[in-house]
Each structure stands twice: as C-alpha cells, then as structure tokens.
Design a protein around this ligand. Structure first.
Ligand SMILES: Cc1cc2nc3c(=O)[nH]c(=O)nc-3n(C[C@H](O)[C@H](O)[C@H](O)COP(=O)(O)O)c2cc1C
Length: 146
C-alpha cells in the first residue's frame, strides 16, 4: 500500500505524531510537511492521512492552504484520515478542532474517511506531548490499514 502522511507543525509535536503514524503504517509510506506536497499528485496514494495543530479551532494556515488545493477529482473515493494536536482543556471546545474540519473538508470532496478524526494531546502550547500519545498514534495508525 502507498500511504502519505501530510502535516505541519510549529513546536514539533504534530510532526512527532505524524512520524509515529508513518512508522506504524506498512508498505510505501511518505511523511511530508504540507508545503512539500503537490496536491495534484494525491491520486497516486492509496491512503492519505492529514494532520495539524489546532489553532483557534482550525488547522494551521499551511495545512488549510493545502486543503484548499485538494480538488474533488484528486481525493474522491480515496481512503483518508485526519488528526490534530490540541490542549486538553474544556474551554477550547467552543472553537471546534482542526481534525474535524480537515475530515469534513475531505468528506465534502467525496473522500472515504476510514476512521473518525482523532486528537492527540499536548500538555501546553509548545508541548510536550502527553505521556503515551506517540504509542496511541501508532495504535491509531494500525486501525487505518485494517
Ligand atoms: C495561537 C494558538 C492557538 C491555539 N488554539 C488552540 C485551540 O483552539 N484549541 C486547542 O485545543 N489548542 C489550541 N492551541 C494549542 C495548540 O494546538 C498546540 O500548541 C499544538 O498542538 C502544538 O502543535 P505543534 O507542536 O505541532 O506546533 C493553540 C496554540 C496556539 C499557539
């Protein structure tokens, strides 16, 4: 299977999760930052996973730009999954979360969301990741290829 994990990161936490997901997937796997990916070439992958930090309830701008560049024809019927990193406080809930927006964007374009959008938690805005999140990311990745 050919899989692509697309992410961006400011403080490196989302990058660590993306790499843990990539390492747990089997086959031909690429893990790339959003700015490194040509959205017109997504057709060549069997599975596309997209992740972002949550900023004000949204994906970070580079990931949002990438999402805007994905055409329906590139993603229609394609297996996809979405994740984000976020802070585990109740107050941020009112803004929503990056992964849900990424998942909705993909579904609206006809993609096949193989599992619900997933969240991974940081202890503070610069991290670190909460204990066990890298391991949980690896377990989540395995559910994408079942
Ligand atoms: C400007 C800013 C806005 C943020 N907004 C949210 C938010 O709305 N909800 C949330 O759960 N976390 C929020 N966070 C926390 C980020 O999600 C956290 O810093 C991020 O997971 C770090 O990822 P990175 O290390 O990959 O950059 C915010 C952080 C920053 C710096």
């Amino acid at each position: 299977m050919k899989a692509l994990v697309v992410y961006d990161t400011t403080y490196s936490n989302t990058g660590k999760i993306a790499k843990a997901i990539g390492a747990a997937l089997t086959g031909d796997v690429k893990v790339l930052r959003a700015a490194e990916v040509n959205a017109a070439e997504l057709n060549s992958y069997d599975l596309i996973v997209i992740g972002s930090p949550t900023y004000g309830g949204r994906p970070m701008p580079s990931v949002a730009d990438f999402m805007n560049k994905i055409s329906e024809s590139a993603i229609n019927g394609k297996k996809v999954a979405a994740f984000d990193t976020r802070i585990p406080t109740k107050i941020v809930k009112i803004f929503g979360f990056a992964a849900d927006r990424i998942a909705k964007n993909l579904k609206d374009k006809g993609a096949n969301l193989v599992v619900p959008a997933e969240a991974f938690y940081v202890a503070g805005k610069e991290g670190p990741l909460k204990d066990g999140e890298l391991e949980r990311a690896a377990v989540w990745a395995k559910t994408l290829i079942k």
